[in-house]
Write a protein that binds this ligand. Structure first.
Ligand code: 6CS
Length: 281
């Protein structure tokens, strides 16, 4: 009986150990990332929000803010992977990313799915159109009214959703993978309008050197959106620690020093809150 008792005891210990390991990692995510030495972040490669250089260097206002905040938390590096906007939250929830630092604008349905930091990058929406905006497109509803018009937008992005909600039929909303593709599709006449936030289209237009296109902004009826760094819902301790350091950077002026050279307004981000943005209709 003694042997059985020992085996049972051993099995019991093994089972307890297995249960302890299989329990959701109760260890603080912040400590995990400090030990990991880097935070895995999702980006889109949409300047000036996020950018990946030919040398692979990650820049853009969102990763630059995240790098600074994580460093203050004892996490020295970020490792970025490019993702479509619509795949960022599923990737975060699946554990492929530790955070989303991509200009992922706060909206109620996203706020329900992730733990956002306080606001970081704010911007209005815009249309890239042929010079003179011959179709007179000033709102998503204008595009809906013109049966011949098509609009390009990122998959799972705010502009795609806004176009559909304004009544643009699904077959006239074209998913565009990135800025260069959207620019080319507009230039080739394969889409009538390409929609991204103002600063993204201004950057794209400027770099294109193409005077046959122009940016119409702001899109009428579309709100000014703000992003935040997004964490998994269960990582609120990490999000709260991130917010403490972000607030210090906003107060010291360091936050403005990072984002304003990219064209973003620190005052705009500091004038609102996650609570307001997540409640906005
Ligand atoms: O949050 C979004 O869905 C949008 N944010 C940016 C920075 N670009 C396009 C995207 O649709």
């Amino acid at each position: 009986m003694k042997t059985f008792g020992i085996l049972a005891g051993t099995a019991g210990l093994a089972l307890m150990a297995a249960m302890a390991v299989s329990q959701p990692a109760l260890a603080d995510k912040l400590e995990d990332l400090r030990e990991q030495g880097f935070a895995r972040v999702a980006i889109a490669n949409e300047p000036p929000y996020t950018a990946v250089g030919a040398d692979g260097k990650v820049s853009g206002a969102a990763p630059d803010v995240a790098r600074a905040v994580f460093k203050r938390l004892g996490i020295d590096e970020i490792v970025a992977s490019i993702s479509e906007y619509g795949a960022m939250i599923p990737g975060l929830q699946a554990g492929r990313h530790d955070a989303v630092t991509a200009g992922l604008f706060m909206k109620p349905e996203r706020c329900a799915a992730v733990a956002y930091s306080q606001p970081i990058l704010c911007d209005a929406e815009a249309f890239l159109v042929k010079k003179g905006n011959p179709g007179g497109y000033r709102s998503f509803a204008d595009i809906a009214k013109d049966e011949a018009a098509t609009i390009g937008a990122p998959g799972g992005g705010t502009e795609e959703k806004a176009a559909l909600e304004a009544g643009v039929p699904r077959d006239r909303v074209i998913v565009v993978p990135d800025g260069q593709s959207g620019l080319k599709m507009l230039q080739d006449g394969r889409i009538t309008v390409y929609s991204l936030p103002v600063l993204s289209l201004n950057d794209l237009k400027k770099k294109s050197g193409d005077d046959s296109i122009e940016v119409f902004a702001p899109v009428e009826g579309a709100p000014v959106y703000c992003d935040g760094t997004a964490f998994r819902k269960q990582d609120t301790a990490l999000r709260d620690a991130y917010d403490v350091e972000l607030a210090k950077m906003k107060a010291s002026g360091e936050f403005a020093e990072i984002i304003e050279p990219y064209g973003f307004s620190a005052a705009a981000a500091m004038s609102t809150s996650r609570e307001k943005l997540c409640a906005a209709k």
